[in-house]
Design a binder for this molecule. Structure first.
Ligand SMILES: Nc1nc2c(ncn2[C@@H]2O[C@H](COP(=O)(O)OP(=O)(O)OP(=O)(O)O)[C@@H](O)[C@H]2O)c(=O)[nH]1
Ligand SMILES: [Mg+2]
Ligand SMILES: [Zn+2]
Length: 358
């Protein structure tokens, strides 16, 4: 197997590359992208490449090369390498740029699987996982939730089954990179040539997973703070690492602010079961345009009271929807879930319009 093949190069990619090869360019895969240059794996080994001026100038946010991208470069030994073009992508993980409203950023390219990593210690937060899940689904990258540090889990910590049902049925693995628990099950998801991006908050244990699967210290790791169990933002760049098994892991820094961009599609998929339940319940609200707030005869509120509807998930769906509506510059709708069979337009009042069912 050639170096490039071990990084996921395929005969299809080789065919698509012909026009570039005719121009004397070399294919390569970005293993680390920094501001002005990148480390690129080529058939000649790893080279440091600058970005061709026209590319840097022409590129919109999403076209800009990122870790995991396949690129066409010039390479003149002694003269350095220069990235001329980004080759077509088979999967792009995106997020909204921190604090910038709507700007969308590419996180990682040519990704097949997203490992959403969360620690089973004090920092476990299903609501945050829901956001990563919405991102993965919007990016059309298959998610697997990885709950790590099982050796530190206290009694009563959620099981894989609990967590999976809290997250609408997504696959959940429980592991410990320290004791090796569950690492075989994780390895089994990582076929040779497959690229998996690791996402999760700082200190969750992403780089430790890379090192455990690599069998050596590829990435620097650091202890979390005692005071609040938060990480120290140890990993500062995104890096693609080839595992001895042949899989590729793309380690990322814990995100400071997890923005949602136009995640409507992802959101819908992450909450599909809840949406279906709400739709059915809403048929039984007294008012057809019930906003499921303080209206009398609201079936949604009744289901919440009786515990048939998960209040945490219902609230987090509402928050995510509000955030999305705001991010898209749309009018913010105050209630978490709007009525499906509203008959009248918006009246400006906050309650229902008082349209009782006939
Ligand atoms: N006990 C235990 N500790 C772990 C486990 N996995 C990671 N840790 C520890 O958790 C701390 C943070 O791990 P990192 O791998 O650096 O976390 P990270 O997610 O890469 O963090 P950033 O790079 O800051 O985003 C380190 O002290 C690890 O040794 C585990 O399975 N069990
Ligand atoms: Mg790290
Ligand atoms: Zn209602």
């Amino acid at each position: 197997m050639t170096v490039l093949e071990s990084y996921g190069w395929t005969p299809e990619r080789q065919t698509g590359f012909e026009p570039f090869a005719e121009r004397g360019l070399l294919p390569g895969r970005i293993v680390v992208q920094q501001r002005s240059h990148a480390r690129v794996m080529t058939e000649d080994g790893e080279v440091t490449a600058s970005l061709a001026g026209k590319l840097a100038y022409q590129a919109g946010d999403l076209d800009f090369p990122v870790t995991g991208d396949w690129v066409a470069c010039t390479h003149h030994p002694g003269d350095g390498a220069s990235i001329q073009s980004v080759l077509p992508r088979t999967g792009l993980f995106v997020r909204r740029a921190a604090g910038q409203g709507q700007a969308v950023q590419a996180v990682a390219a040519n990704v097949d699987l997203a490992l959403l990593v969360s620690s089973l210690n004090a920092d476990l937060n299903p609501r945050r996982l829901e956001r990563y899940l919405a991102m993965a689904l919007e990016s059309r990258v298959r998610p697997v939730v990885v709950l790590t540090k099982a050796d530190l889990a206290e009694q009563g910590a959620p099981t894989a089954v609990d967590m999976s049902s809290a997250l609408g049925g997504v696959e959940v693995l429980v592991i410990s990179a320290r004791t090796g628990l569950g690492m075989d099950a994780l390895s089994a998801r990582l076929a040779p040539g497959l690229t998996a991006v690791l996402l999760g908050s700082s200190g969750a244990g992403k780089s430790t997973i890379v090192n455990a699967l690599a069998g050596e210290e590829k990435m620097t790791t650091a202890a979390i703070r005692d005071s609040d169990a938060h990480g120290r933002h140890t990993t500062t760049h995104r890096e693609l690492v080839l595992m001895p098994s042949g899989a590729l892991l793309l380690d990322t820094p814990g995100m400071r602010e997890l923005g949602l961009w136009d995640a409507q599609a992802g959101l819908t998929a992450a909450f599909a079961d809840l949406e279906a339940q709400l739709e059915t319940l809403a048929q039984n609200c007294r008012f057809r345009d019930c906003r499921h707030g303080a209206e009398p005869g609201c079936a949604v509120q009744a289901a919440l009271r009786e515990g048939q509807l998960d209040r945490d998930r219902w609230q987090s769906l509402g928050k995510l929807r509000a955030e999305l509506a705001q991010g898209q510059g749309r009018q913010r709708r105050p209630p978490p879930v709007k009525a499906r069979r509203s008959t009248s337009g918006r009246s400006g009042r906050t309650g229902s319009n008082g349209v009782e069912r006939g």
